[in-house]
Design a binder for this molecule. Structure first.
Ligand code: GLP
Length: 266
């Protein structure tokens, strides 16, 4: 696990963007795992910039999003499909048929979840998965108590998560009760994980996820068992890490080419 602390979210996004570029340079048909919420927005802005200003080519890329609300159609402004179209897909040259977001309107949700897992397997797995962090420690929508071996499935959202996400809806009551989400086990099979967290409100949960015990009560703590994880946080989100100074020292002692994000495996 490598913890990278940067002054601002935009600095974190710049490093994330370089990691995506390094991946696409060596594997044009890479499989990206994508996240929603406020946190990945600076990264998506950076990817759009890399496309427009530096010609980064997404034409061979396949993507899988982590989750979707049950009951919302893809053209609903609060659906994660809609979010991805607006924030990223409409602004880069990814092929629409290669973008995958769980279908929140699926009649047979179990079949939809199984098909999602199979589709990930069929393209050889996810090379790089972007993650945010819920204030209760969830990754994707794996709420506290989720099995650390879980696969894509339906989950009931906690009241806390629905309150957190109510800002995107007209009212709390409009926030769906259920979602389809990749499992913790699904995420753990991705070859590389980039978890972003920004702001003071994430400081305590980042410290628990990175330095606390591995527990299903903080699903993000499972990432401690993954071989290739980067935790990218701004100063505010990193402020409660016990080993803050050490993480900074590690980063400053890295060779320039690694610090630039070109290294895919450190
Ligand atoms: C939602 C998403 C998560 C995301 C989390 C954090 O619950 N399902 O994938 O990480 O929100 O959201 P934000 O980035 O807006 O703080």
């Amino acid at each position: 696990m490598e913890v990278i602390i940067q002054p601002t979210p935009e600095d974190c996004a710049a490093i994330g963007g370089r990691m995506v570029r390094a991946l696409l340079d060596r594997k044009a048909n890479a499989v990206l795992g994508l996240a929603t919420g406020s946190t990945p927005v600076p990264l998506y802005q950076e990817l759009v910039r890399l496309r427009r200003e530096e010609g980064l080519d997404f034409s061979g890329v396949t993507s899988f999003n982590l989750d979707e609300y049950v009951g919302l159609p893809g053209d609903h402004p609060c659906s994660y499909r809609f979010f991805m179209q607006q924030q990223l897909f409409n602004n880069i040259n990814i092929r629409p048929e290669r973008t995958h977001v769980p279908n929140g309107l699926a009649v047979d949700i179990k079949a939809e979840c199984n098909a999602y897992e199979s589709a990930i397997q069929a393209v050889g797995g996810i090379d790089l998965q972007v993650l945010g962090l819920g204030s209760d420690g969830h990754i994707a929508f794996n709420e506290p108590g989720s099995s650390l071996g879980s696969r894509t499935r339906i989950k009931t959202l906690t009241r806390k998560t629905r309150e957190d996400n109510a800002r995107f809806f007209d009212s709390f009551d409009e926030v769906p009760q259920h979602c389809i989400t990749m499992g913790v086990g699904t995420i753990m099979e991705c070859r590389k994980l980039l978890l972003f967290a920004f702001g003071e409100a994430k400081a305590e949960i980042i410290a628990k996820a990175v330095e606390g015990p591995i527990t299903s009560m903080v699903p993000a703590s499972a990432l401690q068992l993954h071989q290739n994880v980067k935790i990218l946080v701004d100063e505010a989100a990193g402020s409660r890490l016990q080993q803050l100074d050490y993480y900074k020292e590690v980063f400053t002692k890295k060779p320039d080419w690694q610090r630039a994000g070109a290294n895919d495996d450190a």
